[in-house]
Design a protein around this ligand. Structure first.
Ligand code: ACO
Length: 433
């Protein structure tokens, strides 16, 4: 971070002026440093939804929403998706550099050694209703990890922070798969450490103890790529939630549980589930026109799910990779054409030519295609957001670690524009109307 100049704020009512520093990063817009704004002027800034607010300095992920660029530690997501894998990307996000062969082998082994859960956690699952949403179960179980792993709760000890990070990355596929197994009444599958991260997850989801699980390498590769595309996305709602929860000194398991809760919402990680539901409801190409008319009608409140993004005002680069991956998977699995994929493609074509979407810069986001690919892989709808949470755990924990290690970080405490009642006397019960 460097000082690049100043801006002057003038209060038109009093004629008073104040100068504020402008700070620059390595790329992207500069920021006005308003940390002294309240002390100097007596004003707060007002920015609900943080549309113009930088909440932290970060070196992990960079997004240029206008150009549709996503970089992790300086590497383009499209190149990473093609040439790298999820373990390597996880190392990169956590450590800042790509691993050499030895570092990668050690990291992969270290993660693998943490895939099992404390046996008593299985009992914990049995307390949930069978029809509980797997995200509800994951939220509860991840929060409960702090009740099981007392030796990695000290956030001031770098070794304990690292162990907690590895535990979370390693155990999330086990936790997610167990949530699914519980919901369908099948026995939990223990991890098999011979398998890759993605392969292990697939076996724990779809395998049963009575049969040998036969891995399809195309499905395994597709799952690994899905994990990569969802690994981190700078200061989105769930990541900001993790940072805010962590800013009070809360333990990492509790913070990641908070992130999972935030991710669950349909405006965030729940969107891929919503896209599939939407496409099923639309039903056929002849219904696209009337559906888009509803989307454009302000009184209707219908949104084209999987379109639009707070940051991308261009194609989401992850959607480009996901779209390609979607076609590859369908072709390789011999599914041919999925009517929902065809409907999605048609919908995309319609929307990209439509003035409403053009003028508002609404493009497909990653969720527009991920639901279809999940469907092709045989993943049940209720697990879509869980898979997102498994992938995003490395991003959350990398961002949490960066925050803990940043000497500038403070407890997050936004202020407000109060518009409620001013002070008034208490009315006794008998005197109230
Ligand atoms: N369909 C129709 N209109 C839309 C859509 C959409 N999907 N998204 C935004 N708009 C319109 C809004 O109605 C608004 O119009 P107005 O200016 O006339 O009022 C304008 O575009 C701006 O929308 P906002 O909601 O202010 O944009 P914001 O940045 O707050 O929202 C969001 C971003 C939540 C992602 C939004 O685009 C949306 O709801 N999309 C659908 C849900 C979705 O796909 N979410 C996944 C996001 S990606 C992820 O989490 C991995």
């Amino acid at each position: 971070m460097s000082n690049t100049g100043t801006v002057t704020l003038t209060d038109d009512a009093t004629g008073k002026s104040w100068k504020f520093p402008v700070l620059g990063g390595s790329i992207g817009p500069n920021v006005i440093d308003v940390r002294k704004l309240y002390g100097d002027t007596g004003y707060f800034t007002y920015d609900p939804g943080f549309t113009s607010t930088g909440s932290c300095e970060s070196k992990i992920t960079y997004i240029d929403g206008d150009k549709g660029v996503l970089l992790h530690r300086g590497y383009n997501i499209a190149e990473l998706a093609e040439k790298s894998d999820f373990m390597e990307l996880s190392y990169l996000l956590l450590n800042g550099e790509l691993p050499n062969a030895q570092q990668k082998a050690k990291f992969t082994r270290d993660i693998t050694m943490h895939t099992m859960l404390h046996e008593q956690i299985a009992t914990f699952y049995r307390g949930f209703r069978r029809d509980a949403h797997p995200m509800a179960v994951c939220c509860g179980v991840v929060g409960a990890l702090s009740a099981f792993y007392h030796d990695s709760l000290d956030i001031n000890d770098p070794h304990q922070r690292m162990v907690a990070s590895y535990r979370l990355i390693a155990k999330m596929p086990t936790i997610g798969a167990m949530a699914y197994k519980y919901s369908v009444g099948q026995p939990f599958m223990y991890p098999d450490n011979k398998l890759s991260y993605a392969g292990n997850f697939l076996r724990m989801m779809f395998g049963v103890p009575a049969e040998e699980y036969v891995m399809n390498p195309v499905v395994e590769k597709a799952m690994d790529r899905i994990f990569m595309l969802h690994a981190d996305h700078e200061q989105n709602a769930s990541t900001s939630t993790v940072r805010l929860a962590g800013s009070s000194g809360a333990n990492p398991f509790a913070c990641i549980a908070a992130g999972i809760a935030s991710l669950w919402g349909p405006s965030h990680g729940g969107a891929n589930e919503a896209v599939l539901k939407m496409l099923q409801e639309i039903g056929g190409k002849d219904k696209i026109g009337p559906f888009l008319a509803r989307v454009k009608d302000k009184a209707d409140h219908t949104r084209l799910m999987g379109f639009g993004h707070r940051v991308y005002k261009n194609y989401d680069p992850r959607a480009t990779v996901m779209r390609k991956s979607c076609h590859e998977v369908l072709a390789t699995l011999g599914i041919g054409s999925d009517p929902l994929l065809e409907l999605a493609m048609e919908m995309e074509e319609f929307a990209l030519k439509d003035d409403y979407f053009i003028s508002k810069k609404l493009y497909p986001n990653v969720d527009f295609y991920s639901g279809i690919i999940f469907r092709a892989l045989g993943i049940p709808v209720s697990m879509f957001t869980v898979i997102f949470a498994i992938a995003r755990t490395v991003g959350w924990i990398s961002q949490w670690t960066e925050m803990i290690e940043d000497p500038q970080s403070k407890i997050g405490r936004p202020r407000q524009l109060y518009s409620g009642q001013t002070e008034r006397p208490y009315t006794p019960l008998h005197a109230r109307k």
